[in-house]
Design a protein around this ligand. Structure first.
Ligand code: AP5
Length: 318
């Protein structure tokens, strides 16, 4: 039985005359997803349409309107099958590859933050670091921040009820939907990975940085942060460029040899379970090399992904 997708109504059985609902959408990328959904709908497979509804439409800030989807009305409009078909060339013209959605994982100090700086510079993805979001809560002195700090001090995972919604909300902001995202240090447990899946948030690639343990401790102890630019330095491997920067560098409260050992233990307890969720999209990258060489490995994988994306949207347009 054919099904229809709507913004305000639950998915429902179609009437004998096949009809679908087209929605106001907030961005070209959402238009593309509606396009993909409508193609599946025309193929009488409602599942992608339902998934799209669950993950995007309910949360979309209906700000910028697609000229195609709603030209005269802000409400949902019904279109006959023939009209839907006539939309398709326009939708194809709007189609471009989906933005990248990447997860970057690895032990403490394996270089996640350093690589994220390089990736965002080249690919313009929105960098979402669970640790940074938590430190912002700690700095703001919020209730969540106070609770989170107790766990961070002990090198343990902050409870899901704090972390999961925080990350989800950031992933669903319009810049992340529009430009793609780079998730740093999340998920770190099976329950976090499962929660993402339930929200319909799926990554294209899971990158695991591999670095021998003895090197990690040295990296943590020598790490310094620039509070003005947010850049990550290391006293030996990536020293500050000027005296002025050197004078203002700060150290993280959990960057001691004692605490990194606790963080490493937590990492080892959880990493296999997380990897098991993403084995089909995982690449392992040798992180024990100069940061430019590590980035070259990641860059290579991301370029290939983008090429594949272009090929897919090109074949839709053909
Ligand atoms: P988080 O802030 O994520 O810390 P982490 O995972 O321990 O990782 P780091 O930020 O320490 O290291 P990194 O891999 O980013 O390395 P970096 O690039 O800085 O989490 C902190 C805490 O928050 C956790 O312990 C937990 O309590 C909580 N938390 C976070 N996420 C959570 C979640 N999902 N659920 C629950 N709780 C959560 O590099 C390190 C140093 O090495 C730098 O000095 C850098 O310059 C240097 N370096 C980097 N790359 C190289 C290289 N190739 N060669 C030489 N030096 C290098």
């Amino acid at each position: 039985m054919a099904m229809a997708c709507s913004g305000h109504m639950p998915v429902e059985a179609a009437k004998p005359q096949p009809r679908t609902h087209f929605l106001a959408c907030d961005s070209p990328s959402n238009s593309r997803k509606i396009f993909a959904s409508s193609l599946h709908f025309l193929g009488k497979d409602p599942a992608p349409c339902r998934r799209f509804h669950a993950s995007h439409i309910k949360n979309a800030p209906f700000a910028r309107r697609s000229k195609l989807a709603v030209s005269r009305s802000d409400s949902i409009r019904d279109y006959s099958l023939e009209v839907v078909k006539s939309f398709i060339p326009e939708l194809v013209a709007m189609a471009k590859p989906d933005p990248l959605k990447i997860m970057l994982s690895g032990a403490p100090a394996s270089g996640k933050g350093t690589q994220c700086e390089l990736i965002t510079k080249k690919y313009g993805l929105v960098h979402i670091a669970a640790g940074d979001l938590l430190r912002a809560e700690v700095a703001a002195g919020s209730e969540n921040g106070k609770r989170a700090k107790e766990y961070m001090e002990k090198g343990q995972l902050v409870p899901d009820e704090i972390v999961v919604m925080m990350v989800k909300e950031r992933l669903l902001q319009s810049d992340s939907l529009e430009n793609g995202w780079l998730l740093d240090g999340y998920p770190r447990s099976l329950s976090q990975a499962t929660a993402l899946q339930e929200f319909g948030l799926q990554a294209d690639l899971f990158i695991l940085l591999e670095v021998p343990e003895e090197i990690l401790v040295e990296r943590v102890v020598g790490r310094r942060l620039d509070p003005v630019t947010g850049r990550i330095y290391h006293l030996k491997y990536s020293p500050p460029e000027t005296e002025e920067i050197a004078a203002r560098l700060t150290r993280r409260f959990d960057d001691t040899e004692e605490k990194v050992k606790l963080r490493l233990r937590t990492h080892h307890q959880n990493v296999e379970a997380v990897l098991s969720m993403y084995k089909d999209i995982t690449i392992k990258v040798n992180g024990d090399a100069p940061k430019e060489n590590v980035f070259a490995q990641i860059d290579n994988a991301l370029s290939k992904l983008l090429e594949q994306g272009k090929a897919t949207s090109g074949s839709l347009a053909a």
